[in-house]
Ligand binder design. Structure first.
Ligand code: C5P
Length: 206
């Protein structure tokens, strides 16, 4: 069983992916962490994010079970990730890793931008999680403010719009709704309601 969850930044797909995987006893891969890890490897080495050769090398050596989530979180790394994510060879270098993960015997939940369209086009269930940019910015801002991060709602909204734009308009594997994906708009839903809606979608499939 493969569950593909795609959607824009701060849509809640990561939290949903984690909860679905725990609920069904499946493995979970937040594929955004892969692009974040590639970006971090370049930044740590003092290399520009456009250094394709080093980005590919970093992508090839990633271990999906050893992603340091804490070090990779944060808006700056998300923004840097979306810059390396436009590089075709980087995306190509991450395909097998993601497909091997999807083939894990206990089943897998993968969340990202191109799981249902490119990585696992034959996934058993595809969910496209979204919410208005304003609502996503509100959630992200509340989370950041709660952690004491000094930012404004307007800055968070501008970041989200910029990342949406880059993810939806890039040439390779842009964020888009797969034909056979179910749309889950969480603008009016809290996380528990969104989780129940996602469970209903998965259970209806099998
Ligand atoms: O989901 P997250 O915010 O961690 O993703 C960071 C960036 O990585 C995204 O903005 C996107 O550009 C890129 N990404 C991608 N394909 C995926 C997952 C993430 O291009 N499957």
């Amino acid at each position: 069983m493969i569950i593909a969850i795609d959607g824009p930044a701060a849509s809640g797909k990561g939290t949903l992916g984690k909860r679905l995987a725990a609920h069904y006893g499946m493995a979970h891969l937040d594929t955004g962490l892969l692009y974040r890890a590639v970006a971090k490897a370049l930044l740590d080495a003092g290399l520009p994010l456009s250094d394709e050769d080093h980005a590919v090398e970093a992508a090839r050596t990633l271990d999906p079970d050893r992603l340091d989530e804490k070090a990779l979180r944060g808006a700056a790394m998300g923004e840097a990730a979306s810059v390396v994510a436009v590089l075709k060879p980087v995306r190509a270098a991450l395909i097998d890793l993601q497909r091997n993960f999807a083939a894990r015997p206990q089943g897998a939940v993968l969340d990202g931008r191109d799981i249902g369209t490119v990585i696992c086009p034959h996934a058993d269930v595809k969910v496209f999680v979204t919410a208005s940019a304003e609502e996503r910015a509100r959630r992200r801002y509340t989370e950041l403010a709660g952690r004491g991060v000094n930012t404004t709602y307007e800055d968070v909204l501008a970041d989200i719009r910029q990342r949406d734009d880059r993810d939806m308009h890039r040439a390779v594997a842009p964020l888009r709704l797969a034909e056979d994906a179910r749309l889950l708009d969480t603008t009016e839903l809290d996380i528990d309601a969104a989780f129940r809606a996602a469970i209903a979608i998965v259970d209806a499939v099998g």
